[in-house]
Design a protein around this ligand. Structure first.
Ligand code: 5RP
Length: 229
């Protein structure tokens, strides 16, 4: 697919993946997200592998890629605090609030984001929105609670669909299910995240408001636009 100014979405992802490198301090441990944009960052980061102390990963998929790139992956539980977390988003608004979890890694992504002082979101310009909610909101749930949580979403106007893979419910890295919720506009991301996270059986809602980005490197046809929040 071609983006504006004839750059493909893939080229825009490469652009921002590379641009994030300039925020990686030598000697640091980098928090690494998940997804096709982050894969470009991992590719770029491999050139710095001798200069960083390693990475904390947000998914089994990213762990595999980091190791293949020769970057040591450290256990999140063994690391106190990270200076930087780099991750993509399914949607990001003008305050740095995001929808994430299109790659089913939202829970670990939020954990690593919470452990990090700074969240830099890397995204192509198609991800920038005024109001979150066009992209189906991923919600990781304990399977026995899925039906009831779907009813709770219906009560506020949402439609929850169980994410499937190969004819079976998709299992996350944590062995749980994902509901994808459509039909909601998120006018109050902080309030929405807090409320849904209280529902019994919700592991994580894919609205990242309490763990928002402080910066977004947005890939546009005329280059990387830096948004600070
Ligand atoms: C994975 C995520 C990703 O960051 C999000 O889905 C964006 O992915 P991509 O860079 O492939 O568009 O939240 O759980």
């Amino acid at each position: 697919m071609k983006g504006s100014f004839n750059m493909t979405q893939d080229e825009l992802k490469t652009l921002v993946g590379r641009a994030a490198l300039r925020y990686v301090e030598p000697g640091c441990i980098v928090g690494v997200g998940t997804g096709s944009t982050v894969n470009k960052f991992i590719e770029a980061l491999s050139a710095m592998k001798g200069q960083i102390a390693g990475a904390v990963s947000s998914s089994l998929a990213s762990t595999e890629r980091l190791r293949a790139a020769g970057i040591e992956v450290l256990d999140a539980a063994a690391v106190d605090e990270l200076a930087l977390y780099v991750d993509g988003a399914d949607e990001i608004d003008h305050a740095g609030y995001m929808i994430k979890g299109g790659g089913a890694a939202l829970t670990r992504e939020k954990i690593v984001a919470a452990q990090s002082r700074r969240f830099i979101c890397i995204a192509d310009e198609s991800k920038l929105v005024k109001v979150l909610g066009k992209f189906p909101i991923p919600v990781e749930v304990i399977p026995m609670a899925g039906r009831r949580i779907a009813k709770q979403f219906a009560a506020i106007g949402g439609v929850a669909a169980l994410r499937m893979q190969g004819g079976e419910p998709l299992l996350t890295d944590n062995g749980q299910h994902i509901l994808d919720v459509t039909g909601l506009k998120i006018a109050d991301p902080l309030g929405f995240e807090s409320a849904v996270n209280q529902w019994p059986g919700v592991v994580t809602v894919g609205v990242f408001a309490h763990q928002k980005a402080q910066m977004c490197l947005l890939g546009t046809g005329s280059g990387v636009k830096v948004l600070s929040f």
